[in-house]
Structures are given as C-alpha cells and as structure tokens.
Design a protein around this ligand. Sequence first.
Ligand SMILES: [Mn+2]
Length: 303
Amino acid sequence: MAGFRDALLSARSPGHVLPFRRTVRRSHPPGPHAPDRIRHHRTIFISDVHLGTRGCKAESLVDFLHRNHCQTLYLVGDIVDGWRLRNRWFWPLAHSHVMQAILGMIDNGTRVIYVPGNHDAFFRSYCGREMAGITIQHEAVHETADGKQLLVIHGDRFDAVIVSARWLACLGDWAYAATLQLNELCHAFRRFFGLRDWSLASYLKQTVTNALEYICRFEEAVAADIRARGFDGVVCGHIHHAAIRTIGGVLYLNDGDWVESCTALVEDARGHLEILRWASAGTAILPASAAGAADDLAAVILA
Ligand SMILES: [Mn+2]
C-alpha cells in the first residue's frame, strides 16, 4: 500500500513525470491494457492508405485513429486510390469508417491537412480550398514543437528524377529542376486531354529492378531538393517505406503506408518524431524499428 502511495507521489512530482511516460512507451513491451490507452500526439502523418483497393488495411487504420489523437493530422497523399476506382468500384464499409474516423477527429478539434498524391491527384484541382473541414494543399510546411521547418509532400514528383538520375548527375542542378517541371507538365498535359495518368511508378518498377536501389535514389533525390529549398527536413510517403534518416544534413521522414506496413509518423509535444507500426486491430503499437525490417523491401508497392 505504501509502495503504491509512494509511486503516486513520485509520479506527481514534475521531475518524475517524463521518465515515467518514457518507461511505459519505450523500454517495456506494451502490457495487456496498452491497446485501450489513447495516445495523444502533437501531430500525426499518414499516407498511402489506398482506399478503394483490396490491399487497404482500413480496419487497422480505423483502430489506429480511434486510439491515437492529435492536434494536427496530415494526410500525405494516396489516401483514396482514384486509379483503381476508375476501373472498378470497390468500397467496403470499413473504407467509409476511415472517412468517418477522420471527420470525427475534425469534430473533436483536430486540424486536418490533405496533401494529395499521384493516386488521388484529382484533389489537386482543389488545392487552396477547404472541404468538410479538411484543408487541401499542394504542399504544406509543418513547424515542429522544437522549431524545425518540415516540407510535407507526397513525393511522386521525384519519380522523374530517379529515372534519369545518371543523366542528371552529369548535367547539373538546372537539368534536375527542369526534369521536375517537365514531369508536372506531362501530368497536366495528360489530364487536359483526359488521358489516364501514366504510371511512371509502374514504369520504374520495370526499369529499376532493385527495390533497395530505388528507395536509396528516391530518398537522396528528395533530400537534395529539400536542402536546396532551405528546409530542415521533409515528410513524404509514396514509396511505402517508412523511415527517419538524416541525409546530407536534412531530416528525411517517410510515414510509410496502410497497405502492408501500417505505419504512421508521429510528433510529440516536444517535437520528437517517431514511426509507429500498428500491428493489427486490437493489438498494441510497436516502434517501426522493432518490427521485422526484412519485409520492408517486399512492402514497396509503387503503383
Ligand atoms: Mn504515390
């Protein structure tokens, strides 16, 4: 009894609050009551949900959103898969539950920012507008609690850079920037003439045979651009490969996907960033590093 009282008193003193929280989160495997605990984050970033496809782990995402609250939620692209839905309508109830969970968060005061990706590029026509309380932006700038400026983008614009990486290395910065613009022009042209978005990602999948090589090229291309634009770091998705890395002095953060790995990037009140892997509905969260790294390569789904 006395031990219990001492524990309460020590937890109440300011000096002990932080280590107590840390111990629960990091050092021990989650206890039997952990799944019922709601976690509060400053920011949550998720992407590549691919609603409208069979691969989407909608139930897990709903579970995650119910058990993780935040002040700001960034939807970092490919939330709805318009490419697949155009061919065949697939929308089980769980996919509507994801939308309801997000709208519920808005009702509870969460700010939601949607940065469309290539599979939900149709939302890019609405950039600068607000729909159902969700702000749609081409890209966003997020300032962390400790003052870091992070650019939030989906990342598909870098596909073009990866295809011609060797050429660009010879030609220099102007060619690099030109390729990025050419890629966007190409997409705008195809949209104007009502052509299907050509999947550069599918093309890449055939040409870049080594998935690891693709990931490295993507990460380096993104980091180089972010450095040139003067940001401290970037939050992106697109390659379905969650990561927190420092590349050439900038922070590269990828929030992963909800097709295979069920990962989210979260920021706490002090600006600490962490990747969470939501194992499955009703089970506890694990830091992404603790989950099997070996299947990460297999999780790369480009289109
Ligand atoms: Mn994408």
